[in-house]
Design a protein around this ligand. Structure first.
Ligand SMILES: CC(C)(COP(=O)(O)OP(=O)(O)OC[C@H]1O[C@@H](n2cnc3c(N)ncnc32)[C@H](O)[C@@H]1OP(=O)(O)O)[C@@H](O)C(=O)NCCC(=O)NCCS
Length: 333
């Protein structure tokens, strides 16, 4: 078809801005067909976040590419390639604005990304796409099947409208909570890194088993610095048992540029489950970050659809599901 596909130079500000405006336009059908303008379907990266991420670092390399027609960028895609864990895996995203769909742009970009990631030794590709609650399929789902991807699992995307009423946190005897903003205190940093790393093996997932991510104190410091540059701040809460073990954590991430707050990474280690820690951690994060929540519109979170415990916790906090996120994979023969 003679499409011109180029790699983005993320240090070229003008080119990045053009890339981002196409990405944002491809997200514009982001009003949830449940009719509510209050619950966006897609949660796109903000320009400032993506620009910093695209610079890549020792933990993740990004590979952004685009289709140029005449002078203009018309469709975009990027791969994220972990550098310290899951070295066989690449996470792929393809974005085509609504008016340019069904012209082969998406498949050309995906094929090129797969080739570039294959050259980097990646043999497993992961991708995901949002689906409205009341629909069985979506353009992204059809597209990924057509490109030879297999369905892995679905996540529930849920949101809590702010401001909200918080009930008191009860906590079983033998546990206490601590919280911080930004960098973990020195006394916890190594053990907190271990907890962050444990998510892939300890949280329910689909058929595709990802290895644990590489986390240590240096990476946490790097993340903190990167978030500062992206204008984000995290409120972290950890649970500690009577023997001073870190047994759970959760994280609320705020952007000074957006009214949407992200609830990420809630984990309670198996030995400490059944003590109400999940609920207590999430409540405490909202309580501790009450000043940051002021003026924000909603908190969004993603959980494995089969993780009934965390979904029940979300419901108690007042979350309601707003969409599905379907996850797909392809393994090279
Ligand atoms: C999914 C997306 C990237 C597809 O881009 P596109 O340029 O329209 O894709 P293509 O034209 O290359 O489509 C290739 C094939 O996928 C399938 N497909 C794509 N969109 C489809 C749709 N809405 N319904 C049914 N099949 C569809 C078709 O088989 C199509 O071939 P055909 O047009 O000859 O029938 C685009 O809809 C999009 O940006 N969606 C939002 C982001 C997203 O979900 N990305 C996918 C995961 S990263």
């Amino acid at each position: 078809m003679g499409l011109k596909i180029e790699a983005l130079d993320p240090t070229d500000f003008a080119e990045f801005r053009e890339f981002y405006s196409v990405y944002a336009r491809a997200n514009q059908d982001s009003v949830n067909p449940d009719g509510s303008k209050e619950s966006p379907l897609y949660m796109p990266w903000l320009a400032e976040e993506l620009e910093i991420a695209f610079l890549s670092d020792e933990y993740a390399r990004f590979d952004p590419i685009f289709v140029r027609r005449e002078q203009d960028i018309v469709a975009v895609a990027f791969a994220e390639l972990p550098q310290r864990d899951n070295l066989d895996t690449a996470y792929l995203e393809v974005w085509v604005p609504p008016e340019l769909r069904r012209q082969g742009l998406g498949s050309a970009l995906l094929a090129r990304l797969e080739m570039r990631c294959g050259e980097d030794g990646r043999t497993r590709f992961m991708s995901e796409t949002v689906r409205p609650l009341n629909e069985d399929s979506s353009a992204g789902v059809q597209f990924l099947y057509e490109q030879g991807f297999g369905f892995d699992t679905s996540l529930a995307q849920s949101q809590l409208t702010l401001p909200c009423q918080l009930t008191e946190s009860g906590l079983d005897r033998g546990f206490r909570l601590e919280s911080w903003r930004g960098l973990p205190p020195n006394r916890w940093i190594d053990r907190y890194a271990q907890l962050r790393a444990a998510l892939n093996s300890e949280a329910p997932s689909g058929e595709v088993q990802l290895n644990d991510e590489y986390w240590d104190a240096s990476r946490l410091k790097h993340e903190h610095d990167q978030w500062k540059r992206q204008k984000r701040i995290a409120q972290t809460v950890v649970a500690i048992d009577a023997e001073e073990n870190l047994v759970g954590h959760t994280q609320l991430v705020f952007s000074s540029l957006s009214p949407i707050v992200h609830q990420w990474d809630t984990l309670v280690v198996p030995a400490a489950r059944g003590n109400g820690l999940g609920l207590a951690l999430k409540r405490e994060a909202m309580r501790a970050a009450a000043d940051l929540c002021a003026g924000k519109r909603l908190i969004v979170t993603w959980n494995h659809a089969k993780n009934t415990h965390i979904l029940a916790i979300n419901e108690r906090l007042g979350y309601r599901q707003t969409a599905w996120v379907d996850q797909f994979f392809k393994v090279l023969g």
